[in-house]
Design a protein around this ligand. Structure first.
Ligand code: COA
Length: 386
């Protein structure tokens, strides 16, 4: 047995430098290019945040106007992509996004005339159209127009979802959640996108890697799973008993814990405030009492306190999204769409970092030493079931 230390889950492994975002998990601090996440969520828009992440500075009014127009101009999808999306009717929305991304990559590949930045703008703008086209086709057999003149991606998304322009409160709430999800240093999906980028593969490939990785319940899929957990209980008492039972069975409680935050996730605090504003309009969701009870236990119970497990952003975003009329299976794509901005910013860093190398770790070998090949007729008649 080797004495090499294996870093399970790459815990505490430093892979590259980055200027995109900074987390101090001990005090619950998150910065986007030096700007506090609270300031961004309160004062910015998703498009402005994307600009900041991509260009490293806040845009001037003119720069933002041009960038908004550029994104708006990229909303329409080629007929062939729509046809692919129509075929994958019974899929999970994350699979639709991954498939749509690949399909667009086949039709509009990076080339001498379409550079990586154009592809990036295209994907950012096309994802909501892709997803809502699929949703409307699947839900009611409608082939919707994906072009709207809504000024923001959040407004565009909500418009395509309900078939009419959305109200300001919903737009602002979705926009704020997009800002919170936009970037989060070397999480699993960003790392996956970076690994793909490290081979100098095209941007579509890097993004499909990111989408596939984000889908899992330990990562982006946690918001859907957290909602499923909350919906399991009818009353706060039931929630308490159910949670204790889960801990006794050593089950993971979805929506709690984080690899880096060992304090309150600042995004969770902000989304909770945004959710409160949504509830003022939609009325208080009964699920909120269940969620608050689960949170109360987590903040007081020894199990959570000792391990420094706090509710994360995914715990609250689901309740808010549900109050806004989203189905739970949509929750993870509401994370993936804005995170495309972070993948993009980090992919740019990767390609411009002269020190960067192809990602290629080593294994600790625990298999057989060299052994003689056995001809098939000498291997017996047994059947091993998998
Ligand atoms: N519920 C119950 N116990 C949890 C837990 C959770 N959600 N998250 C971590 N723990 C426990 C672990 O079992 C472990 O306990 P132990 O010391 O007795 O073995 C301890 O806390 C440390 O956890 P560890 O597995 O080392 O944390 P990690 O950094 O590898 O994992 C997550 C981080 C996010 C994957 C993990 O907290 C998790 O699975 N959370 C639920 C999924 C989720 O909400 N993901 C979204 C993240 S934004």
């Amino acid at each position: 047995m080797s004495d090499i230390e294996i870093k399970r889950g790459l815990k505490d492994v430093y892979f590259a430098t980055s200027e995109a975002s900074f987390i101090d998990g001990n005090i619950g601090k998150l910065l986007y290019r030096g700007y506090n996440i609270d300031d961004m969520a309160r004062n910015s828009t998703f498009e402005e945040t994307v600009y900041l992440l991509l260009f490293g500075k806040l845009p001037t009014a003119k720069e933002l106007l041009d960038f908004d127009a550029q994104l708006r101009a990229n909303r329409t999808l080629p007929r062939e992509v729509l046809q692919v999306i129509e075929i994958v009717q019974a899929s999970h929305p994350m699979d639709v996004l991954r498939t749509g991304c690949s399909a667009l990559g086949c039709l509009e590949p990076e080339s001498a005339t379409r550079d990586q930045h154009q592809v990036a703008d295209r994907l950012l703008a096309a994802f909501p159209s892709m997803l809502l086209y699929w949703y409307q086709f699947h839900a009611g057999g409608k082939r919707i127009e994906t072009e709207t003149d809504d000024p923001s991606m959040a407004a565009h998304f909500l418009h395509l979802l309900s078939g009419k322009p959305a109200d300001e409160m919903r737009i602002r709430a979705l926009d704020a959640s997009f800002i919170l999800y936009a970037e989060h240093e070397f999480n699993a999906s960003t790392f996956a996108a970076r690994i793909t980028a490290s081979t100098l593969a095209d941007f579509y490939s890097a993004i499909t890697s990111g989408i596939g990785t984000l889908r899992g319940p330990l990562h982006g899929g946690a918001n859907e799973e957290a909602m499923a957990l909350i919906e399991r209980f009818q009353t706060p008492d039931e929630a308490e008993a159910g949670l204790m039972d889960m801990l006794a069975r050593k089950q993971l409680v979805m929506g709690f814990g984080h690899r880096v935050y060992k304090n309150y996730d600042p995004r969770a605090r902000i989304i909770k405030q945004v959710a409160d504003q949504v509830f003022e309009v939609t009325g208080k969701d009964p699920m909120l009492n269940i969620a608050l009870e689960l949170e109360r236990i987590a903040l007081e119970d020894d199990y959570f306190v000792k391990r420094r497990l706090y509710p994360n952003v995914d715990f609250y975003s689901g309740i808010m999204y549900e109050a806004m009329g989203f189905k739970p299976e949509m929750f993870t794509v509401l994370f993936a769409i804005p995170r495309t901005a972070g993948w993009l910013a980090q992919w740019q860093e990767m390609l411009t970092d002269p020190e960067q190398k192809i990602a290629r770790p080593r294994q600790v070998w625990i298999g057989h030493d060299t052994r003689p090949f056995v001809p098939i007729e000498q291997r017996g008649t047994g059947v091993v079931t998998r």
